[in-house]
Design a protein around this ligand. Structure first.
Ligand SMILES: C[S@@+](CC[C@H](N)C(=O)[O-])C[C@H]1O[C@@H](n2cnc3c(N)ncnc32)[C@H](O)[C@@H]1O
Length: 334
């Protein structure tokens, strides 16, 4: 719900728990090492766990820092000439991963020079650096304009569809959809308050739609996906990428809302991150916290959807969900 100023309440930043776990983990691990030296394996595991959390926290902090720096630089610089799409996200995380890789490589070199017998640790640090660099490359891919695509699935039924882009952000999905929509119309909805997209994405969305020649075709609305301001059965179809995995405990509610606003027979194309090797490269152990495909399928079915199709594109798992049409009434006897 929006407040009196028309702005939605800000989402809480959930990253501070990483610092807490990191610091507590280091304290507990170090105490165990000193006080209980016989439990070396346990204390090393605790320290490793803490290390991963500190690394994750550094990645997120540098992400926030990079976004802030960029905003500050933009304020200083004169308005840039419009030069291609700008989706305004990804670089922070990408830079964070590159920094983490650099730290891990430096640690590996230091270990090799100072403590040669600890070479397995240096080996692990190099492996971590390679993983982080792979993750940075994957994130770089998400930023590229040639990734403004959606999987080619049977989403739109007939001409003139009214389609919802749920969590449009700065418009990547909206543009991909607009390219194939023909006579249809798009309603692009977002809270526009994500800290990792420049100014929440609204200005970038307007600019990108303008560049794509889609401004006339798209209506922009500020709303929360768990409380959509549309009547039931308002849309023929819906799309959403990189959004529902951000909804935390409200995922099921978000799916129920999409089900509500779709017409019977309407389809929803959803793309989300799920645990897998590429997400492990991007988010390391945190990727294991991502919702699994099985859990997504179960949630979608509980919301009332049937699954029409699924697959993988650009490191994203997609699923095409359908709100079933009511069964036709039995034919009356002649
Ligand atoms: C990673 S961006 C993805 C944007 C776009 N779909 C894309 O693929 O480029 C996630 C977007 O979801 C939006 N979002 C997250 N939770 C939301 C909620 N509860 N209601 C509306 N938008 C939300 C954020 O504001 C952000 O713009």
């Amino acid at each position: 719900m929006s407040d009196a100023t028309g702005r939605l309440p800000r989402l809480r930043n959930a990253h501070s728990h990483m610092w807490i776990l990191g610091v507590v983990g280091i304290a507990v691990g170090a105490a165990m090492m000193i006080l209980l030296p016989q439990l070396k394996v346990a204390s090393t595991s605790v320290l490793l766990f803490a290390g991963f959390h500190v690394l994750g926290a550094i990645v997120l902090l540098s992400s926030a820092w990079a976004v802030g720096l960029r905003r500050w630089a933009r304020r200083l610089a004169p308005a840039r000439p419009a030069k291609g799409y700008d989706f305004g996200w990804g670089s922070g995380w990408m830079n964070g991963l590159a920094i983490a890789a650099l730290v891990a490589l430096t640690a590996a070199v230091a270990i090799e020079i100072q403590w040669r017998t600890l070479w397995p640790l240096a080996f692990c640090a190099v492996a971590l650096a390679v993983l982080c660099l792979t993750g940075a490359q994957i994130m770089r891919g998400f930023q590229r304009a040639d990734q403004v695509v959606l999987p080619m699935v049977d989403l739109l039924r007939g001409e003139g569809s009214r389609v919802l882009d749920a969590g449009c952000g700065s418009g990547r999905t909206t543009i991909a959809l607009g390219r194939v929509l023909g006579a249809g119309r798009i309603v692009a909805v977002d809270r526009f308050d994500a800290g990792y997209i420049e100014d929440g994405g609204r200005a970038l969305l307007e600019r990108n739609l303008n560049l794509a020649g889609l401004s006339e075709k798209v209506t922009i609305a500020t709303a929360d996906l768990t409380e959509l301001p549309f009547p039931a059965g308002d849309f023929d179809a819906a799309v959403s990428t990189h959004v529902y995995d951000h909804l935390g405990a409200a995922k099921a509610k978000g799916l129920q809302e999409i089900w509500r606003v779709l017409k019977p027979g309407g389809r929803f194309l959803m793309g989300v991150w799920t645990p897998g090797w590429s997400m492990f490269a991007v988010a390391n152990l945190f990727s294991l916290l991502l919702t699994s495909k099985t859990a997504w399928r179960r949630m979608a079915q509980q919301a009332g959807f049937t699954i029409a199709d699924e697959g993988q594109f650009n490191h994203v798992w997609f699923v095409l969900l359908e709100k079933p049409s009511p069964a036709p009434p039995p034919a009356s006897p002649a």
